[in-house]
Every structure is written in structure tokens, then in C-alpha cells.
Ligand binder design. Structure first.
Ligand SMILES: [Zn+2]
Length: 229
């Protein structure tokens, strides 16, 4: 059994995606709420904007994630296909290539050659995918699962400021939604750091800073537009 610390990197990938989605949901929805509330709009307009922003954001995250995971899968498949053909047509060149890679990693030439030959005798494509292309060890994400996961994590984040806007008066919302959201963001930043095994102070401050900036800018724009129209 490896010590638990060795799993932080694996867990961090999923966690980072979930925490990022929730961060996005909180920041964009709270900014939208602050902007509309700062324009002097009523409760109906604020909640409409919040829910519309929530739906738009969740769909945009899902679409973006689906496209990005799919095209990464496409290019990995194309890389593997090129590698398969090279292994079939130029086995000696490919053996040399793998030998050189192991030498660069510190093996003596004869041993590097031996390792390359033995690994290629068992499963040449896997050996090249892993050590030449850097593929294989990590599990390939399913595009639909990834899309759903980002939509859900965005929605969890978006729900928080929307609930604040639902319960607070329109006048109080301008301050309450961003203030509550900063607390949510800081808590999420600390939680993410703690689960990922990193010290929490820096990530917490970073996410709170960018959240505060986003909400302040949007509230400022909302107030200007509220005066102008
Ligand atoms: Zn190769």
C-alpha cells in the first residue's frame, strides 16, 4: 500500500475540476446579481438574471467541457494511430527512439536498449504511448460525464448567491450576495487546498481576490448602466 499522500495528484485532477466549476458558478452568478441589483432593479429582475445566468453558465460549461474532452480524445486517438503505423513499418527506428528516451532518463545505453526491447515485446504500443507520448496512465475522461460534472458543479456554485438574492431584499442584495459569495469562495478555496494536500492560505486568498474583483467590476458596470438607462 502506498502512503495516502501519493494519491493527492490523482484526486486533485477531479477535485480541481469540481472546485473550478463551483467557483465559476459562484463568481459569475454573484457578479450578475450584484450588477443587476446595483442598477436599481427589483427582486423579479434580479432573480430572473440570476437564474438565466445560472442556466447559461451551466450549459456553456457543459458544452466547453464536452468539446475540449472530445477533441483531446480525438487527437490522442490520432497520435496512437500514427504510432501504431510507425511501429508496424519502422520497428527498428521505434526501438531506437524508445532506447534514446530511456537513456535520457538515466539508463546506460545497453540497459536502455534491453528495457526498450523487453517492453516492446510485451506491448509495444503501450510502451510508446506511455513513455513517448505521455498517454495511458491516466484514465481517459468520458466527454458526457465531464460535461455533466461541470454543469452540476457550476450549478452548486450558482445556487448559493441565487439563494441569497431570493431571501434578501433588493437593496440588501447588492452587498449581501457578494459578501456571502466571498465567504463561499474562501471556504471552497480552503476545502480544495485541504483535500488536495496543499497549504490553504494562498489558494483561499487568490480565489477571494479574483471573486471580489469580478463582483466589484460587474457591480460598478451595473450601477453605471442603471444611471444611464
Ligand atoms: Zn514511437
Amino acid at each position: 500500500m502506498p502512503p495516502p499522500a501519493s494519491h493527492f495528484v490523482h484526486r486533485a485532477a477531479w477535485l480541481r475540476a469540481a472546485v473550478l466549476g463551483a467557483n465559476d458558478g459562484i463568481i459569475s452568478t454573484a457578479s450578475l446579481i450584484a450588477g443587476v441589483a446595483a442598477s436599481g432593479a427589483g427582486r423579479g429582475a434580479i432573480l430572473t438574471a440570476a437564474v438565466a445566468g445560472w442556466a447559461a453558465g451551466a450549459m456553456a460549461m457543459a458544452a466547453g467541457e464536452y468539446v475540449s474532452v472530445s477533441s483531446q480524445g480525438d487527437s490522442e486517438a490520432a497520435d496512437l494511430e500514427r504510432e501504431r503505423r510507425a511501429l508496424k513499418n519502422f520497428p527498428e527506428v521505434e526501438t531506437e527512439e524508445l532506447t534514446a528516451i530511456y537513456q535520457r532518463r538515466g539508463l546506460a545505453p545497453a540497459l536502455a536498449r534491453q528495457v526498450a526491447e523487453q517492453l516492446m515485446a510485451t506491448d509495444a504500443l503501450s510502451a510508446h504511448a506511455r513513455d513517448e507520448l505521455g498517454l495511458g496512465e491516466r484514465d481517459v475522461a468520458n466527454p458526457l460525464t465531464a460535461a455533466l460534472a461541470s454543469a452540476v458543479s457550476f450549478s452548486v456554485g450558482a445556487a448559493l448567491p441565487t439563494l441569497v438574492a431570493f431571501f434578501a431584499s433588493p437593496a440588501a442584495t447588492v452587498v449581501a450576495a457578494p459578501a456571502a459569495s466571498l465567504v463561499f469562495l474562501a471556504a471552497l478555496g480552503a476545502l480544495g487546498a485541504w483535500l488536495g494536500g496543499a497549504p490553504p492560505a494562498k489558494p483561499t486568498l487568490r480565489v477571494a481576490f479574483w471573486g471580489a474583483l469580478a463582483m466589484a467590476v460587474t457591480a460598478g458596470i451595473g450601477a453605471l448602466i442603471g444611471k444611464a438607462v
